[in-house]
Design a protein around this ligand. Structure first.
Ligand SMILES: [Zn+2]
Ligand SMILES: [Zn+2]
Length: 118
């Protein structure tokens, strides 16, 4: 048997601003929407060559909302954001890589806050 292509099976809001995607392999992914916006894979937000993010985490509004999410072909989601941005195509593979559940991200990235000690 060939391997089954990764596909979302179900999607639901786990809590306000946190999207849950259940994959066809049984994995339950967790995606805070602000994190998704901060990691938008489009050319304006991510450097196509280096893969480095062009947008700064602070550029994303604190109360960013996901306005629309629609499948593109059988490989990606197109997400429309409340800040008007809609050019990011989030491939299923990419989404799986940036999953924020406890299994995929045992150590949560700390939100950067400027802390001046002196
Ligand atoms: Zn983008
Ligand atoms: Zn995960």
């Amino acid at each position: 048997m060939s391997t089954v292509a990764l596909e979302p099976k179900d999607m639901e809001w786990l809590e306000k601003g946190v999207l849950g995607i259940e994959w066809n392999d049984g994995h339950k992914g967790i995606y805070p929407v602000r994190y998704l916006r901060q990691h938008c894979p489009c050319a304006a937000c991510t450097d196509e060559w280096t893969g480095q993010l062009r947008i700064k985490p602070d550029d994303v509004p604190l109360l960013i909302m996901l306005m629309d999410i629609e499948p593109v072909g059988r490989y990606a989601f197109k997400i429309t954001w409340s800040d008007g941005h809609d050019t990011g195509l989030y491939s299923y593979k990419f989404l799986r890589e940036i999953c924020q559940c406890d299994i995929c991200q045992p150590v949560k990235p700390v939100e950067t806050r400027s802390k001046r000690l002196l």
